[in-house]
Design a protein around this ligand. Structure first.
Ligand SMILES: [Zn+2]
Length: 201
């Protein structure tokens, strides 16, 4: 019996631990949640007051700071393998939505305020190749330095299917980003990404 336990321990120790989920940014250890830094108002669930073009809402994701001083092509990765189901490329609101099915568990991730999108609609993606990048210095100058982060969400439910417009032909889904006014609703639609990472990394 003891030898079986020892054998099991040995096998576990020498089998590489392949994660299903990784951080979406270029840090030394993409399996350590401590490597993520958020902007000052970047926390999940924070009450965002109404602004001229945006109604008040609870922050449905996290705002992830640029991890390195790379203002040229700081990469952004998918957190897991999946398929691109929606893509929009309209400056500050550029966004990718990816559908994941990991061992039968579905979830959806949203990457917003991104640029240099490297993947196509319906393309399968892995967690190891960049899908986009943070804004570069020129784009921050044009769109505003408040975008020196990217907005990241993890949905528990499928995003809302929409009719694409001629100007955004590959935008096929939208998230519930601005729709949550109670914690109950927020938590029924979204994971807190940091808790999700803490459990899954
Ligand atoms: Zn945000």
């Amino acid at each position: 019996m003891l030898s079986i336990i020892l054998l099991h321990l040995l096998i576990t120790a020498f089998t590489p631990q392949l994660n299903d989920v990784y951080l979406p940014i270029d840090v030394i250890d993409r399996t350590s949640v401590y490597e993520i830094a958020l902007t000052e108002i970047g926390e999940f669930g924070l009450n965002r007051k109404a602004r001229p073009s945006i109604p008040g809402h609870l922050h449905a994701g996290i705002d992830i700071k640029r991890p390195n001083k790379n203002y040229l092509d700081e990469p952004i990765y998918s957190i897991a393998e999946g398929v691109v189901i929606s893509k929009r490329e309209d400056g500050p609101y550029a966004q990718l939505i990816i559908e994941h099915n990991i061992n039968g568990q579905y979830f959806w991730t949203v990457y917003e305020h991104i640029a240099g999108i490297k993947v196509d609609l319906h393309q399968p993606v892995s967690s190891s190749n960049p899908i986009a990048r943070f804004f570069n210095r020129g784009e921050l100058g044009r769109h505003g330095w408040q975008f020196d982060h990217f907005h990241f969400e993890i949905l528990k439910v499928r995003p809302v299917q929409i009719h694409s417009q001629a100007t955004l032909p590959e935008r096929l889904y939208k998230s519930y980003t601005l729709d949550c006014h109670t914690e109950e609703k927020l938590n029924s639609l979204f994971y807190n990404p940091l808790s999700f990472f803490a459990e899954r990394l």
